[in-house]
Design a protein around this ligand. Structure first.
Ligand code: SER
Length: 691
């Protein structure tokens, strides 16, 4: 019986017993206590708790689940046995205040023995130590004595919410396979849990207090992969039809045949393909936090196993069509999101390929130095920080060599780094913001960058402390009463330059930021500097010009996107740096190659037309009357700046700009990708960089 047959027979059985059949819910739960949908009951939590109305008294479904990264975590097990998966499908039938223990048990039994034809003698059942009722029902229906267990027979999805005693059915693969009875902790491959009927009777609050639920519910869950292994008489889930097909696809993408030695890598890749593919199709974006990080870690583990097979570069993105082939008929979202998923996976794979090779080189060079079979925490941290190796990836690699990682040492490095970066960035911003006596910097000259002015040093920050005087070599942050420097804001990065004192360079300014209304000049001193000194702020005009042309180019890019794609395109964020632009905008799909070319051509056409760019100040009403585009959600003052490029673009903008589009020289789109659902990101080079 194939996967498709099992799904169908399961649903048909429950449909014929009055259940409404519903499709799987998303892997992203509507539940802040969980990273993923970890069980079939997750979408129904509200109904089970009695806070949402039930849409039917009896329901059955096949639910996509991921158990990785949270309380329910099977990630480390995958590959090393035949039973664990990060992604799996859970067959379930539900009673929302309808039937309870007797009917649930009798339907489970009938389905297992009559529909699926399993030998009743091979089924072993367990019940909760407190649950005499379920135990008596088993005896009555089957003549079996249930094994009574405690923790194993109590189920809850999260720390709080609906929970209750459960009864589990286990399949006995036979005495020739090593393993002891369920609950022994040593079940081996002989006894495999196949189905869990949970009797949701209680709601658990944050203090662990159990309150009886208004209605008694049934939540059952059966792992489809384990069912398949029994129906196909395989002791390893990965030997069943669906996985064998994925494994063949891995063989053809990597060009490597599965052998006894490399089997774990095949299993890991097959499993991780499903988790990564399904999660991204449901809208997860790999990132550095929460579920995005879990998916990134899983993807990187898969790449490592690809590398162990001698494969380099794109792997899961190449395998995704095989996943659609196997599961796309049941889960249409896989094919529907194919372009999006493939692109996201490919971007991740591109980013990690070289890091993986280089990180492995570092690791290989460190291995001979290892004492006590433990990799020092600072090396694990370097692998993380420089090469993007999640700690569990390093652990996984070392585990294969019988080695360990000093996790405490790693975490210490992590904490130290966090403290450093807090001190580097946020910390100083907070410190500046706490200087309430400091007046706002007069930066009105920022649009006339060659204005010569004499400014007074109002404050100097060094090593987290405000000082009255600092010495050459010190890294400091300086506030002046007035400046020509543009401090980072509105997506445009700040100026670089110098502070001159007595006609000599007193400070090299490498970055300019803003804290409230204070412009903060950051850099290194070349001469002593004291509060009260008079300095001349001088910006690097070259870099200013590169930034200004990038900013005007950003406006042209937005105008071109609205022209080529549609006028719903809206800016959602941007970063304007010297000769480079990152522009985020709302748009529901990937741009085609033709569209990208059309946008780039249009921007270059406008550059070549050398249109005038005007910078005007006006009140907000006049700006609106002019049709100037404003950023949604942005606050503007009464008087605003309007930047107009020929007849193609008119935007409210506080940034610095050029005066003729020809100054941009050239624009080149480098990448267009998704950054979250409905938001795309373009990176573009301009000026000499583009040339
Ligand atoms: N929620 C239970 C489980 O996951 C039964 O569906 O095992």
């Amino acid at each position: 019986m194939t996967y498709d047959d099992i799904r169908k027979q399961f649903l048909d059985y429950f449909e014929s017993h009055g259940h409404k059949i519903v499709p799987s819910a998303s892997l992203i739960p509507n539940d802040p206590t969980l990273l993923f949908t970890v069980a079939g009951m997750v979408p129904w939590k509200g109904i089970l708790q009695g806070v949402e109305p039930a849409f039917a008294p009896r329901v059955a479904d096949v639910q996509k689940c991921i158990r990785a990264g949270g309380k329910h975590n099977d990630l480390d097990e995958v590959g090393y046995d035949g039973r664990h998966h990060t992604f799996f499908e859970m067959l379930g039938n539900w009673s929302f205040g309808d039937y309870f223990k007797e009917e649930a048990i009798s339907m489970s039994w009938e389905l297992l023995t009559r529909v699926f034809g399993l030998d009743p003698n091979r089924i072993v059942v367990t019940t909760h130590i407190s649950d005499d009722e379920a135990t008596a029902i088993w005896k009555k229906i089957t003549g079996k004595d249930a094994i009574r267990l405690d923790k194993d027979n109590w189920w809850s999805a999260g720390d709080t919410g609906p929970c209750g005693p459960c009864t589990e059915m286990h399949y006995d693969f036979g005495s020739d396979i090593p393993g002891d009875l369920p609950g022994s902790g040593n079940e081996g491959n002989r006894f495999v849990e196949i189905w869990n009927d949970v009797f949701m009777q209680y709601d658990r609050d944050a203090n662990g207090v159990l309150t009886p639920l208004p209605k008694q519910n049934v939540d059952t869950g059966a792992g489809l992969e384990r069912f398949a292994s029994i129906m196909q008489n395989k002791q390893d889930n990965y030997d069943t039809d669906l996985f064998m097909n994925l494994i063949h696809a891995i063989e053809s993408v990597t060009g490597v045949k599965k052998t006894d030695e490399n089997t774990p890598s095949f299993k890991v890749i097959a499993d991780h393909l499903r988790a990564v593919g399904f999660a991204i199709a449901d809208g997860v974006i790999p990132s550095n936090s929460d579920r995005g990080y879990v998916i990134r870690r899983i993807l990187r583990r898969a790449m490592r196993h690809g590398q162990m097979l001698g494969h380099r570069g794109a792997l899961l993105s190449e395998l995704y069509p095989a996943l659609i082939q196997e599961m796309g008929a049941t889960y249409p979202e896989l094919a529907h999101e194919q372009e999006h998923v493939t692109e996201i996976i490919r971007n991740e794979e591109n980013a990690f390929t070289d890091m993986l090779q280089n990180g492995m080189k570092l690791l290989d060079s460190e291995l001979p130095k290892i004492n006590n079979k433990t990799l020092p925490g600072d090396i694990a941290f370097k692998l993380f920080d420089t090469y993007g190796f999640p700690i569990d990836l390093t652990q996984m690699i070392l585990r294969d060599k019988g080695l360990d990682v000093d996790v405490a040492g790693f975490e210490k490095c992590m904490t130290e780094q966090k403290e450093r970066s807090r001190a580097d960035t946020k910390g100083t911003k907070v410190l500046w913001e706490s200087q309430e006596q400091l007046p706002a910097t007069d930066d009105s000259a920022k649009y006339m960058p060659d204005t010569e002015m004499q400014s007074k040093v109002l404050a100097i920050l060094r090593d987290g402390e405000f000082v009255t005087m600092a010495q050459p070599g010190d890294n400091v942050e300086v506030a002046l009463d007035k400046t020509v420097f543009y401090g980072t804001q509105g997506g445009q990065v700040g100026d670089m330059g110098e502070l001159h004192k007595d006609d000599a360079i007193a400070m090299t300014v490498s970055e300019t930021s803003r804290a409230n209304n204070i412009v903060v000049h950051k850099g290194t001193l070349n001469a002593p500097l004291s509060v009260g000194d008079i300095v001349k702020p001088v910006i690097n005009l070259n870099i200013r010009q590169q930034t200004a042309r990038a900013h005007t180019a950003t406006h042209l890019l937005q105008a071109a996107l609205r022209k080529v794609l549609n006028t719903d395109v809206e800016q959602r964020g941007s970063k304007v740096s010297p000769d480079s632009v990152r522009f985020d905008f709302s748009f529901g799909r990937a741009m085609t190659d033709e569209e990208k070319i059309a946008v780039e051509n249009l921007v270059n056409e406008w550059i070549n037309a050398d249109m005038p760019v005007t910078h005007e100040e006006m009140d907000i009403e006049s700006a609106r009357a002019r049709g100037a585009m404003a950023l949604f959600g942005e606050k503007y003052g009464d008087v605003v700046k309007v930047i107009t490029a020929g007849d193609v673009s008119c935007e409210l903008c506080g940034g610095t700009h050029i005066y003729h589009t020809g100054e941009i020289l050239k624009a080149k789109i480098n990448k267009e990708k998704s950054i979250s659902s409905g938001i795309r990101r373009i990176t573009m080079s301009v000026g000499t960089l583009a040339e």
